[in-house]
Design a protein around this ligand. Structure first.
Ligand SMILES: C=C(OP(=O)(O)O)C(=O)O
Length: 511
């Protein structure tokens, strides 16, 4: 061996020793053998493999993070995030939220190349080497930085999917463990039937009208009824509404988006369709007004302390639309009129957040009618129907944009304005954020309606809702990717067949 060769051997030897020292190989292997002979497991090799894997930093952590600009289910760019681990590659797509590039030359400004770069560099640096089971730690680490909202949400969801795999659990069970809840529950599904406002691009001002069948005893039974009503509705619509509606059209949430001129036509069509498919006393409605989308709410100070609110309801009717402005009192009367005539049991974001007086006025009007019915033993009023599981407060007033934070939820409970909370992944920003908002609502006894705002074909929200015992869920209409999400509810319901079973909330959907 010449001098050069012996120097190379020395180098090699040093590298080996350094490597062994870095990973404490000798000590660890010695311990393992000692442990093995002490415990003498049936199959020493399986045991060794598992113990060694648990010691591996690589085996327990994120090894790569990649993002891509893809096309979302609404035809616009969406952000895909992929997290690679030794247990597999996990993926989520988040569409419908920015920040966008703003480059008008690409996708009318809605490109996502800057977000992709941030995920692939800055966020990947933070995430590689982290254990995906540490959801709360990762979510708060991301929240501390000024990372893009869509990227934070996509990463958070993907980390959760990876964490579930590491724990060898279905996602809902993993989320339950994160939130300290051991008994999952299947929520009552709402089905999006009509889309208006930003979702319908028609003249209808509610964002959506959905229906549910509270007396169905399972998701399977609810879906069967929903399928009948969903297919009957467009037929009734084109054959009964005057002036005729030529096509039912489909809106962004998979509900129908007919060119009806008013809500009375819509509600009457639902009523007639329900009679046709024998769901007349069974299907109930939820109307999401989404008043936050009416940018032209006016606050007029009349000189005294009272602030008057006005709602512009013609904003989505296009340029030809006649401007319709309604004051709070008129809105209360209009909602009351709907409630008296149609089986509406839930109103969402029906008034501006600061217009608490109007929600209370509406609730009082409804409550005093209930009192009257009880005294008069009047069974003809729609209020007499035993729905809602909460006869002291027939009407569910749900807040979505109006209840954006834990403080908003606390205030709503104090003021007795909203008695339910809509939770979306977008609003919660991360999986941990969702759990936090849910915990607040739950601690105040407010039912949670989990709502999927995205059109992407991912049933993740179903697992969140089941894990957290949300009492209601709204996933869209009965078509395309929306149907996939309802099918996931079915799968979870069926998966427990023969065993203890995941309880279905059914009629108790207000609890
Ligand atoms: C998804 C819906 O609305 P939002 O975007 O207000 O949550 C809906 O109405 O079903």
């Amino acid at each position: 061996m010449n001098q050069l060769e012996s120097a190379a051997v020395q180098d090699d030897k040093r590298d080996i020793l350094e490597y062994m020292k870095k990973f404490r190989l000798e000590e660890v292997l010695n311990d393992l053998i000692n442990e093995l002979v002490r415990e003498r497991p049936e199959d020493p090799f399986v045991d060794l493999a598992q113990t060694i894997e648990a010691k591996s930093v690589l085996a327990n952590s994120i090894v790569a993070v990649r993002a891509k600009e893809v096309i979302g289910a609404n035809g616009e760019p969406a952000l895909e995030v992929e997290i690679e681990t030794l247990k597999g590659v996990f993926q989520s797509i988040v569409g419908g939220i920015g920040p966008y590039d703003g480059d008008e030359e690409r996708f009318a400004g809605k490109g996502l190349t800057s977000c992709v770069k941030i995920v692939n560099t800055l966020m990947a640096d933070k995430l590689i080497g982290k254990d995906p089971r540490r959801q709360e730690f990762i979510d708060s680490m991301l929240a501390e930085e000024d990372f893009p909202a869509n990227a934070v949400l996509a990463v958070s969801i993907t980390v959760c999917k990876a964490g579930a795999k590491f724990n060898e659990m279905p996602v809902y069970e993993h989320v339950g463990a994160l939130a300290n809840i051991s008994e999952p529950r299947i929520p009552m599904p709402w089905f999006n039937l009509v889309n208006g406002n930003t979702f319908g691009e028609n003249e209808l001002y509610p964002k959506s009208v959905s229906f549910a069948i509270p007396e169905a005893e399972s998701v399977r039974e609810a879906l069967e009824g929903a399928s009948k009503l969903y297919s009957q509705f467009p037929k009734t619509l084109v054959s009964t509404v005057i002036p005729p509606v030529k096509s039912p059209n489909v809106g962004k949430l998979g509900g129908f988006a007919p060119a009806c001129e008013n809500m009375t036509d819509v509600f009457n069509t639902v009523k007639t369709s329900a009679i046709e498919v024998e769901l007349a006393q069974k299907a109930v409605l939820s109307v999401n007004m989404g008043v936050a989308s009416y940018s032209s709410i006016l606050e007029t100070d009349e000189g005294d302390d009272e602030v008057q609110f006005q709602y512009e309801l013609s904003k989505f009717g296009g340029e030809e639309a006649v401007k319709v402005l309604k004051g709070s009192g008129e809105m209360v009367d209009e909602y009351y009129d709907w409630l008296v005539n149609y089986p509406i049991v839930s109103l969402e974001d029906a008034f501006e957040k600061k217009d608490a007086g109007s929600i209370i006025a509406l609730k009082e009007k409804v409550e005093s009618e209930i009192e009257r019915i009880k005294e008069a033993d009047d069974e003809t009023s729609p209020f007499a129907a035993d729905v809602g599981g909460n006869e002291g407060c027939f009407l569910q007033t749900v807040g979505d944009d109006c209840l954006g934070s834990q403080d908003d939820i606390v205030r709503a409970e104090e003021k007795q304005t909203f008695n339910g909370v809509t939770l979306t992944m977008n609003k919660a920003k991360t999986v941990s954020g969702f759990i936090g908002l849910w915990q607040k609502a739950d601690s105040l006894g407010m039912p949670v309606v989990a709502v999927d705002e995205s059109e992407e074909n991912d049933p993740f929200l179903v697992h969140m809702a089941v894990a957290l015992r949300c009492s209601q869920i709204r996933l869209g209409g009965l078509l395309g990717g929306f149907a996939t999400k309802y099918n996931e509810l079915l799968r979870l319901e069926d998966s427990q067949d023969g065993g203890e079973g995941i309880a279905y909330v059914g009629k108790d959907y207000r609890k």
